[in-house]
Write a protein that binds this ligand. Structure first.
Ligand SMILES: Nc1nc2c(ncn2[C@@H]2O[C@H](COP(=O)(O)OP(=O)(O)O)[C@@H](O)[C@H]2O)c(=O)[nH]1
Ligand SMILES: [Mg+2]
Length: 317
């Protein structure tokens, strides 16, 4: 397709997206995923109009109840007049089955509600690319006017799903039955959490887990009292109200809450630095340099020092 046609197609999609046209949202996401539009072009067109959403990362071990929690939270947030986007980076996708089926009725309601857009994203996408694509998707949802955007990822603290890097607020969901979480907490992960959720509090030992988290936090984190630890049970509908209130009030204060504002700035810096790295790599590895590199190492990879090799490659114009 010629670039003029592409530009017109993108403009058309963006106009439709601003009117909350679901098909257009999903078409643009697919096009970005398949690199049919350049990321630069899309970002340039939507960036300034995608800044008023609150992006919430929701992370935790598989089975902790992340999808169930979102399922319960969505209607409460909708009652407060907030529109919702969900990006599920999860092999057991909420749309195709598994996780969201815990509450079939609610999600069916959500699917008929045009203020709730849910999109799953295979974590099969190249690892480093998952975060970047989730970020692009969340910008598209923000551009479509969604207030709250949930990004659900599996695992806690795995760098390949660095959801905290793209979220304004990160919820860590833990469950009482496993001791692994405490290890993760000790490993410095707690620095990244803005809200702790102890889900499945209908099970025994929920209070013990809350206590462990409190102990670890109070001994290592200075602003510990700012970080809520909320006990929830999707089964008994407990604590969900409290969690939805934390989310709604974070949304309301998103432009003046120091933590959220600082997080946005860090995120922006990180995004720029990572783009610069990519640009520079691309500029460095010209075809002639690659050829020279291959040529040298096919003859000598034992005596030439890597630094000399780099110099030789750099000298190639
Ligand atoms: N007992 C109990 N089970 C729950 C609760 N929340 C979720 N579950 C169940 O835990 C399982 C995993 O939930 P899911 O939301 O898919 O977890 P995810 O992998 O973190 O998204 C499902 O069978 C849920 O019905 C809860 O509060 N209490
Ligand atoms: Mg899930």
């Amino acid at each position: 397709m010629c670039s003029e046609m592409k530009r017109k197609q993108l403009t058309g999609l963006l106009e439709a997206i601003q009117k909350n046209d679901f098909l257009a949202i999903s078409d643009l996401m697919n096009a970005v995923e398949k690199n049919q539009f350049s990321r630069q072009e899309v970002s340039k067109a939507i960036f300034s109009n995608s800044q008023s959403a609150l992006k919430i990362g929701i992370t935790g071990p598989p089975g902790a109840g992340k999808s169930s929690l979102m399922n319960k939270l969505i209607p409460l947030l909708r009652n407060q007049g907030l529109s919702i986007g969900v990006i599920a980076v999860d092999p057991s996708s909420p749309v195709s089955g598994g996780s969201f089926l815990g509450d079939r009725v609610r999600i069916t309601n959500s699917l008929q509600d045009n203020q709730v857009f849910i999109r799953s994203m295979g974590s099969r996408a190249e690892l480093g690319g998952v975060t970047e694509l989730a970020e692009d998707f969340s910008d598209i949802l923000a551009f479509s006017g969604k207030d709250i955007i949930f990004i659900e990822t599996v695992g806690v603290g795995q760098s390949e799903y660095g959801v905290y890097e793209i979220a304004d607020l990160t919820l860590f969901v833990f469950v009482p039955e496993s001791g692994d979480e405490i290890q993760l907490l000790k490993a410095g992960i707690l620095e990244l959490a803005d809200v702790f959720v102890v889900n499945k509090s209908d099970r025994k030992d929920a209070n013990l887990l809350v206590k462990s988290i409190t102990n670890i936090m109070s001994s290592t984190k200075s602003n510990f009292s700012d970080i809520p630890i909320i006990k929830t049970s999707c089964k008994q509908e407990e604590g969900i109200d409290e969690l939805s209130n934390v989310i709604a009030s974070s949304f309301k204060s998103r432009f003046d809450n120091a933590n959220i504002v600082a997080r946005k700035k860090v995120r922006f810096e990180r995004r720029i630095k990572s783009l610069v790295e990519k640009e520079i790599l691309k500029e460095f590895w010209t075809d002639t340099r690659l050829k020279k590199f291959e040529e040298i190492i096919s003859k000598d990879n034992k005596t030439i020092s890597p630094y000399d090799l780099i110099k030789k490659i750099k000298d190639v114009k």
